[in-house]
Design a protein. Structure first.
Length: 437
């Protein structure tokens, strides 16, 4: 099946437009809402204005302006579809953006950057979630979730046995080079009070950044996330909530980024999450280990641990520290063990309900040059990768976020990984827009 890359996007945009028009059309029995009724509603619900943007002209007027156009005075996020029978919800988002480098190359590639990796305007994610969340307050419950991703980001979540053939060499249904379709999550979930288990294909969640665009502050991603961590696992994930502040999890999985590969062996994942009583500090520890096929096509043990510390310094400023360390036996060749490790630091400052600014500074070490490929996709060279990213988030309404950023990458080692192998550094400017529905 050949996918036209823009047809699904056009369909979704048209659907959103029609749905939005129907919501903004006044009902037959409502012609005008008196100002005194609006004022009464604002007096009651005015404290909710921070949920939908600041109350000035730069944020589309805030809640007061919107209240004069909405009969229910609602500032809640807009959804394309209402909740279905049985508590099933269908939500998602559309993310599109563009990137450019100071150096124009023939390939237009920004490698080794991932996701936003081309000097072009792209539809990164047309993302749909079909979900029934579990609610175990009454005892036990059953649910599940399916995520469907279309766009240029889908190729990073394709796995053997699902989107790819079991050998991982050929695609089952994608023929377009850039615009592809994937299913990064598909699992059933059962919960009994403080216990829950996911069975199926799910995100690894081993670091601070994730595939899902709305959950990240920046458009581009850290090397740690792109090259040092797994994106997905397939298996059974057990979670136990000890109390409101501590949860532990353990899983048996079939290896990094795999669904039903020809060659896979069982691995283990364990982790603990802790949040302070004042909810200003949180720590997440994750460890995964198991046999994986290495770069010389043989099984060897691959292990990774990740530590993420988040500290809210005050009401407006948050600091995040992440450290990862991974290693695999014989990954650099017989008798040559590979190791990769790094430190990410984030500082995010909230200016108001619409504007926030952030900085990310990262150091990533690829000891044997087996994790980060060169610009042509071949095995890279050992060295240190550094990047400094500065960006802003503008949220004019609850459903729209625009993220401009500037990024500088540089490499300390032998070789030139940037600008089609011509440079050891790279400057990029990029932006994206995320519309949730």
């Amino acid at each position: 099946m050949r996918l036209n890359p823009f047809v699904p996007t056009i369909i979704v945009i048209a659907t959103i437009w029609v749905r939005a028009a129907s919501l903004h059309a006044a009902p037959p029995d409502v012609v005008h809402v008196p100002d005194e009724s609006i004022d009464a509603a604002l007096a009651t619900f005015g404290h909710l204005s921070m949920d939908c943007g600041c109350d000035d002209i730069t944020c589309l007027g805030g809640c007061e302006t919107r209240a004069r156009h909405l009969v229910d005075y609602s500032c809640a996020p807009w959804t394309l579809l209402p909740e279905l029978a049985g508590g099933i919800t269908i939500t998602g988002w559309l993310e599109a953006g563009g990137a450019a480098s100071a150096d124009q190359t023939a390939s237009r590639s920004l490698s080794p950057l991932t996701f936003a990796d081309r000097q072009d305007i792209t539809v990164n994610q047309l993302y749909a979630i079909i979900e029934r969340s579990i609610d175990t307050t009454g005892g036990w419950d059953i649910g599940g979730r399916i995520d469907v991703l279309f766009g240029t980001d889908a190729r990073f979540t394709e796995v053997p046995g699902l989107e790819l053939e079991r050998d991982g060499l050929a695609s089952k249904w994608n023929s377009h080079t850039d615009y592809r379709l994937s299913t990064p999550q598909a699992y059933a979930e059962v919960g009994v009070r403080d216990w829950s288990v996911k069975l199926g294909h799910w995100y690894a969640n081993t670091g601070y950044e994730t595939v899902m665009a709305p959950q990240n502050f920046f458009y581009t991603h850290a090397y740690t996330m792109a090259y040092g961590e797994p994106f997905t696992f397939t298996g059974a994930l057990l979670t136990y909530e000890l109390n409101e502040r501590v949860s532990v999890r353990g899983a048996v999985h079939g290896g990094w980024n795999s669904f039903d590969a020809t060659r896979e062996r069982a691995g283990f994942l364990g982790g603990v999450n802790w949040t302070s009583m004042d909810e200003r500090t949180s720590v997440a520890l994750t460890l995964t280990t198991g046999d994986q096929v290495n770069n010389v096509n043989a099984y060897s043990q691959r292990s990774l641990y990740s530590i993420v510390l988040s500290q809210r310094l005050n009401d407006d400023l948050t600091y995040v520290f992440q450290h990862d360390n991974g290693w695999q036996q014989d990954d650099g060749g017989p008798g040559v063990d590979a190791e990769w490790y790094g430190i990410n630091q984030y500082l995010i400052y909230t200016l108001n309900a619409c504007w926030s600014m952030g900085a990310r500074l990262e150091w990533f070490r690829d000891d044997e040059g087996v994790r980060v490929p060169d610009w042509a996709g071949n095995t890279g060279t050992p060295g240190n990768y550094w990047e400094a990213t500065f960006g802003m988030n503008w949220t004019p309404g609850t459903n729209l976020t625009i993220r401009p950023e500037l990024r500088w990458d540089w490499f300390d080692g032998v070789g030139n990984p940037y600008n089609d192998g011509q440079s050891n550094n790279q400057c990029t400017a990029s932006f994206d827009a995320i519309l949730t529905f």
